[in-house]
Design a protein around this ligand. Structure first.
Ligand SMILES: *[C@@H]1O[C@H](CO)[C@@H](O)[C@H](O)[C@H]1NC(C)=O
Ligand SMILES: *[C@@H]1O[C@H](CO)[C@@H](O)[C@H](O)[C@H]1NC(C)=O
Ligand SMILES: *[C@@H]1O[C@H](CO)[C@@H](O)[C@H](O)[C@H]1NC(C)=O
Ligand SMILES: [Zn+2]
Length: 517
């Protein structure tokens, strides 16, 4: 920027001195990026630690909107500074557009599964309990392979800990809705609910960190409060079990150092010497970041949970695997509340930055990705610097404004037409957004197709990586490649004895060739 420009800027002639018209501004912006790109080196070390962030429903447009919200169009989110980026194809074994259960199974276990199933391969149709009892169909997750390698393993989520994304780390189920026994149909009685698999079975009972919501799934006849309600349509345990108490007894019996916490104060004051941490902070999912009770007696942020998880897991000299889910991004999108979804993305970004600050690039592979997109679109042509939640322009056809953000599909609050009867004539009239508070966390953008709720999208998701072997996250890949690449980088699972035969032969041949020439 020219010095006169700076002077003018400081004299608040901001609009007259627009850097957009200055070629040097654009040149230096891109030159800085080139300098950074030239400094990227492959880190060929083994990943002692792996932290995998899953922004549920965090498609590329959600990330763009979060970036603009945080600091304008040229801002960079914490993970946008990672050196390696790729794209992932998210289709499942039977659907072009996946749900979180099958896509998390692909990410964590390296096998594509059927919609609504988790921790099992595609021989198991959704709701088929009998097929899911076949142990050949069961998949081991990165959390399980990390434990087998002597590492610690844990999960953090803003959802119920038994929900679709965390569950495939430890459970095998023909339905994501079988979180507790009350939701299991008569023909699924031989199958074990997901909550019991977490507390009773391996690897669930050996996970070092479990933090999130879902108390009423774990503890029978939990009672809700107005701030922490129990919804009628999710699972509500009624078999008399108290799985949090069973967790306690299991750890006592095995003489393990553990702690059970239930609010922010307890989480922030965990003992230094514990190896196992179990925190359930709500019935149902945790609250949205903008409205959670931020007092010590309230619910922790995703950053608070990530920090505690890294503290506990990093005690293991062999390292750890941690999955962190920003689950409420997806929740907000399903309700058509783009501002809330974007704000949840920013909350997860803070947790990513914290993980970067708490670890070293030398030994920790950090990956940020998503399980699937939503149908969020960014419409033309708002001005530079405009609010991402504002109005883009007026339509020349119905002479109504439209917002920059809208959805392809949406539930009742997002229907774009008000049906009005004037002079006995029924008319459909599009909502006029300039008469609504589009900046509100509760604002529901319009959607093209009316459904019961906003659906997932089928576009590719991005994957950002830094640390050992992060260069493996490049180009366009299958979603289940993430499992292979992490296993390879950390030398766990299929790569626990070094490399597979194929890779060994490749390395050997290369060595011989280098010797010869
Ligand atoms: C829990 O609630 C169910 C249904 O309301 C009831 O049948 C059951 O007896 C209750 N169990 C306990 C342990 O209170
Ligand atoms: C469109 O929005 C602008 C403000 O952004 C407002 O001045 C204008 O009246 C709106 N148009 C209609 C048709 O309401
Ligand atoms: C609307 O229809 C009703 C019943 O057919 C009729 O009585 C009334 O006059 C109509 N009103 C107008 C404004 O046309
Ligand atoms: Zn979803």
């Amino acid at each position: 920027m020219h010095s006169w420009c700076v002077v003018l800027l400081t004299l608040f002639f901001i609009t007259t001195c627009s850097s957009q018209t200055d070629q040097n501004y654009w040149k230096s912006l891109a030159e800085k990026e080139l300098e950074e790109a030239l400094q990227v080196r492959f880190n060929l070390r083994t990943a002692k630690n792996v932290i995998l962030f899953v922004g549920d429903g965090m498609g590329p447009n959600t990330i763009t909107a979060a970036r603009i919200y945080r600091g304008g169009e040229s801002h960079r989110l914490a993970f946008e500074k990672f050196p390696h980026v790729g794209l992932l194809k998210t289709y499942s074994a039977n659907k072009m557009v996946p749900d979180s259960a099958c896509s998390a199974t692909a990410l964590f276990s390296g096998i594509k599964a059927n919609l609504g199933t988790l921790g099992v391969d595609a021989t198991v149709p959704q709701y088929d309990c009998e097929a899911s009892l076949n142990k050949e169909a069961w998949l081991d997750s990165l959390a399980a392979f990390a434990l087998k390698a002597g590492k610690s393993s844990g999960l953090v989520t803003t959802m119920r800990v038994t929900h679709a994304t965390p569950a495939p780390l430890y459970a095998h189920s023909a339905s994501r809705s079988w979180e507790c026994e009350a939701n299991m149909p008569a023909n699924a009685k031989q199958c074990k609910d997901i909550a019991r698999q977490l507390v009773e079975d391996w690897p669930g009972r050996d996970l070092h960190v479990v933090l999130g919501g879902g108390r009423q799934v774990l503890v029978s006849n939990s009672t809700g409060t107005p701030e922490d309600p129990i919804s009628a349509w999710s699972c509500y345990r009624q078999d008399g079990r108290d799985l949090i108490d069973e967790y306690r007894r299991d750890k006592e019996d095995r003489n393990l150092k553990y702690q059970i916490v239930s609010n922010t104060r307890e989480l922030l004051n965990i003992e230094n010497d514990i190896d196992y941490l179990f925190g359930i902070f709500a019935n149902e999912h945790l609250q949205y970041e903008f409205e959670r009770n931020k007092s010590p007696e309230g619910q922790p942020s995703i950053s608070d949970m990530t920090k505690a998880a890294i503290q506990v897991l990093s005690k293991n000299p062999k390292g750890y695997f941690l999955m962190v889910e920003g689950g409420k991004i997806d929740m907000a999108h399903h309700r058509g509340r783009a501002k809330t979804a974007v704000d949840e993305t920013v909350a997860m970004e803070r947790a990513v930055q914290l993980a970067v600050d708490m670890t070293s690039d030398e030994d920790t592979l950090i990956i940020v990705t998503s399980d699937h997109t939503h149908t969020l679109s960014i419409n033309g042509y708002p001005d530079r610097g405009a609010s991402i939640f504002g109005i883009a322009a007026e339509s020349p056809f119905d002479h109504k404004n439209y917002t920059t953000l809208s959805y392809g599909t949406g539930g009742p609050g997002s229907f774009q037409y008000d049906i009005k009867t004037i002079d006995n004539k029924t008319r459909a009239e599009r909502r006029e957004p300039s008469k609504e508070d589009t900046e509100s966390y509760h604002y529901v953008q319009i959607a093209a197709i009316p459904l019961d709720e906003n659906s997932h999208g089928g576009g590719d998701v991005a994957v950002y990586a830094k640390g050992p072997h992060s260069h493996l996250f490049h180009s366009v890949h299958e979603q289940h490649y993430v499992f292979q690449a992490i296993a390879y980088a950390a030398k766990i699972g299929p790569y626990s004895n070094g490399y597979t035969t194929k890779v060994n032969i490749l390395l050997l041949t290369t060595a011989v060739l280098i010797k010869l020439f």
